[in-house]
Design a protein. Structure first.
Length: 85
């Protein structure tokens, strides 16, 4: 429903919904919830959503020995491949 409606427009909207679905909008909304909508809003106000824990940001730093580590890894893989064959 547009934000610039008048009370007359909202009454027409409610009447249209009642005509189409045979019951008022409040009943339609309430059937999808275990409690009436105002109760859900009160409950939400009493129990605010939990906040996410602040995780420390990991700033990756390049490995100074990356070339040596890669060479060791490739040598280990090559040895494993020759043993299996």
């Amino acid at each position: 429903m547009p934000a610039d409606t008048t009370t007359y427009d909202s009454d027409l909207y409610e009447a249209l919904i009642a005509e189409r679905y045979g019951r008022p909008m409040s009943e339609i909304l309430q059937e999808h919830h275990r409690a009436p909508l105002p109760e859900l809003l009160k409950e939400r106000h009493r129990r605010p959503a939990p906040t996410a824990a602040n995780r420390p940001l990991h700033s990756p730093t390049p490995d100074p020995d990356a070339a040596r580590h890669r060479a060791d890894l490739e040598a280990a893989i090559a040895q494993r491949g020759t043993k299996a064959a």
